[in-house]
Write a protein that binds this ligand. Sequence first.
Ligand code: C2E
Ligand code: MG
Ligand code: MG
Ligand code: MG
Length: 279
Amino acid sequence: FTKKHGSNDYTVYSEELDFKTIYKVAIEKDLKSAIAKKELCLHYQPIVNLKTGTLAAMEALIRWDNPTLGFVPPDNFIPISEESGEIVHIGKWVLETACRQLKDWQDAGHPPFKVCVNISTIQLKHPHFVATVQHILKATGLAPRWLELEVTESILMENTEVVKESLQRLKELGVSMSIDDFGTGYTSLSYLRQFAFDRVKIDRSFIGDIEEDLNGKAITSSIIALAHKLNIGVIAEGIENQDQLGFLEEELCDEGQGYYFSPPKPAAQIDFQTWPKIK
Ligand code: C2E
Ligand code: MG
Ligand code: MG
Ligand code: MG
């Protein structure tokens, strides 16, 4: 890490800009063939019931390994796929793969748990989204109550009829809905009830602040208390240690997820006997 002075700033900045543009163009181009070339896969991270210690759900997280670009993190390529519209195609693949995986786990006789799938606002706004979900559930044979869709707070700013109607129809289908990264946007909890969300996931930045108590404790316990008053479940993301877990248990947080339990892993590497590490 070197500090840059004067005219160097400009040079560095423009080189960085060029690199970013080239990288973005390459991502956009290669992403189009990523599914066909089998470069995408899903990893799964457990969500643990903090009262019973049992496995409540697995969150599906997309991974992309490209021969020239290498491993590209979802935080890099998902926003680009949203801009290009490719997310609709990718998101469908994710949903189908995740639902099929859970059905396989169910058929193998594992105790019941849900699968949580991240859904981009662009996908949810697409007029065929609900029909796609319905079709995938039918094709994979997964019962709707085992599927939970995670959307970010930005969806609530989209106060459109399409979004409201889609959320309503998903609810009627029996699919559950959660708000991801809760607390980072501008949503008030009253919206959650209005849109009938089942759960909120407290953003991991607040969980990270618990230890040093940079307001993390105050924010976390307020979210839990308010959500519970509204009859909404709470999941804490990014639990990395016993201190954080202990605090969340005291505050009666319902479920937790994080490296403390397990990182996301490919389905084939999940050993249900010894993993996830539960309490
Ligand atoms: P997210 O949905 O909030 O997922 C949680 C992220 O936190 C994941 O990063 C996960 O690997 C990471 N994480 C889990 N536990 C811990 C922990 O204890 N400490 C820390 N520091 N991190 C932890 P990942 O897999 O890189 O995904 C990043 C984001 O990309 C996701 O955030 C989600 O917004 C998006 N994403 C991932 N897969 C998909 C997908 O299939 N579709 C869409 N639309 N978005 C996706
Ligand atoms: Mg998520
Ligand atoms: Mg999150
Ligand atoms: Mg996130």
